[in-house]
Design a protein around this ligand. Structure first.
Ligand code: ATP
Length: 503
């Protein structure tokens, strides 16, 4: 797709094509295919000015001739434009992003664009950069092309080609389909590398194939820098209580794990869930456990990372984040502290307007989403959330978590003591601890368990007793005491809005 778009814009002779991508290999491949046998010069920071001479399309490699070793970008541009050396050429500018802060470079490029517009210079510039910076002066001359991911069909074709070319023995159809899903979001080169590592001669896959894929995906996500891939540790059994929410998620996981059959049956793909509630009561834990239960990667969307300082940069980052999540899907996309992410919506001024646009983008995507990206959004203070977000059709359900009730506290104590001191669990009077922890959050209880165990160790004991935990309880201030009336207010609000109780 990128190749076709590049070809189209090269033919349309737009002054600047800005390829915004972090996948250098894929971009290089596309540029090579799109420019074909045109005259192409390149500038990059390492070598300066290059003539991309001999293009071997099939091998995806270029033979370079250095025109001016280490030539600074400014000189390259000035000479090229003034002396019309750029005429009838495509000029690739790599590593360009940081130079777009430089007013001299921007001014030269602007002059070049004016000349192109007037028909006095026949040149197309291709910018290649992993971040998007569009200086206001160049905005109207720039066409932005962003990363596009391979479709399932393209991935399948690539796998079949690989199998044929490498004479891998007969491969089970189910294995191929599993690989197609696993490879979503990866580039051709990455897929080829994994395939050559993962396939044995007899057509079976090595045991570490899923780990190779996961590791590659983690790198793809890390390179993009807009989403974070969270390692999966906690599962549903690590959550005490919240049974309604857990049952609901288990049901949705059943659909996501059997997508094909569910679709044939007429079931729609779940969109996601909003979990609101007081801090430290298991909201994040549920996001993590959902991904583990579904057996898919957990991607965290941090709005702070999306915000850029250039025109359109934040929106472009949001588009990229969504495209990446869709490419990696099936996955869980976790939007933490939703109320902070979209704070300032509807306000005046640059930042507020950008946030409003980002919010609009997110809403439209949620509304129209047809991919297997299951969104888990968590929020502490729903009063700060825009009401549009809570309308039906965005999330499948909205749950609220409260401070854990008696039987939930019992479970949370059992989980946390069981994790750290399973040998002492039986002798501990958990009922007593439960009585003394009304108003404690799950995180408070975890804190009490940690402190009790630590104290027993410091005092040289062989085992932890109920007494150690009681001492820890006496020395902590529960969340209810710290948050005071605001907890009651929040809970009243949830009930009035008819959110479902997670417990
Ligand atoms: P915040 O809004 O502050 O992010 P949160 O509701 O997302 O809070 P979590 O991060 O899920 O809270 O919980 C913090 C820690 O407290 C967890 O890592 C876990 O150890 C413990 N915890 C909270 N609730 C529970 C629970 N229901 N069962 C077991 N552990 C819990």
């Amino acid at each position: 797709m990128l190749t076709e778009n590049l070809k189209r814009y090269l033919e349309a002779a737009v002054p600047i094509i800005y390829v915004n991508s972090y996948d250098d290999n894929a971009v290089e491949e596309s540029i090579l295919k799109a420019t074909g046998y045109r005259k192409v010069w390149e500038w990059n920071r390492l070598y300066g000015a290059l003539n991309r001479k001999d293009v071997h399309k099939t091998n995806v490699q270029v033979v370079y001739e250095i025109i001016s070793d280490g030539c600074p970008l400014e000189n390259f541009l000035i000479n090229g434009v003034k002396d019309r050396e750029f005429d009838r050429k495509v000029i690739i500018l790599k590593d360009i992003a940081s130079y777009l802060d430089n007013p001299d470079i921007v001014a030269i490029l602007k002059t070049a664009c004016l000349l192109i517009e007037q028909g006095e210079l026949d040149t197309v510039f291709i910018f290649v950069a992993s971040s998007l910076k569009v200086p206001g002066e160049l905005e109207k001359y720039i066409t932005i092309l962003e990363d596009e991911y391979l479709t399932e069909n393209e991935i399948r074709e690539e796998i079949m080609d690989f199998i044929k070319e490498n004479s891998v023995g007969s491969v089970y159809g189910g294995t191929i389909e599993k690989l197609v899903t696993a490879f979503k979001g990866l580039s051709l080169l990455e897929i080829e590398t994994i395939l050559s590592l993962a396939f044995r001669d007899d057509g079976t896959l090595s045991e570490d194939a899923p780990d190779l894929v996961l590791e590659q995906k983690r790198q793809v996500i890390e390179k993009a820098g807009i989403l974070e891939m969270i390692p999966l540790k906690e599962g549903m059994d690590d959550i005490g209580g919240l049974n309604n929410l857990k049952t609901w998620i288990r049901n949705k996981a059943r659909i996501l794990n059997n997508m094909k059959r569910a679709a044939e049956f007429g079931v729609e793909l779940p969109k996601g869930v909003l979990i609101a509630g007081v801090p430290g009561c298991g909201k994040s834990l549920n996001a993590k456990a959902s991904a583990k239960l579904m057996g898919v990667p957990l991607l965290k969307l941090d709005m702070g990372r999306l915000m850029g300082k250039y025109v359109g940069e934040s929106e472009s980052n949001m588009r990229k984040a969504i495209a990446l999540a869709e490419a990696i899907s099936p996955c869980v996309l976790w939007v933490d502290e939703l109320e902070k992410a979209f704070a300032g919506i509807g306000g005046n001024g640059g930042a507020a307007e950008v946030t409003t646009r980002l919010f609009g983008q997110f809403l439209t995507w949620m509304q129209e989403k047809e991919s297997a990206v299951f969104v888990v959004a968590t929020a502490n203070d729903i009063m700060k959330l825009p009401p549009e977000l809570m309308r039906k059709g965005r999330f499948d359900e909205i749950f609220y978590v409260q401070l854990p009730r008696k039987e939930e506290r019992q479970k949370i104590f059992e989980i946390h003591i069981g994790k750290r001191r399973p040998q002492d669990l039986e002798k501990i009077d958990i009922g007593k601890l439960v009585e003394k922890t009304d108003g404690y959050s799950g995180a408070d209880i975890e804190g009490v368990v940690k402190e009790g165990i630590e104290n027993a160790f410091i005092n040289g004991k062989n085992a932890v007793t109920t007494w150690d935990f009681i001492k820890a309880i006496d020395s902590t201030h529960p969340l209810k005491e710290i948050m005071g009336e605001s907890i009651d207010k929040l809970e009243k609000e949830y009930k009035e809005r008819k959110f479902k109780s997670a417990s």
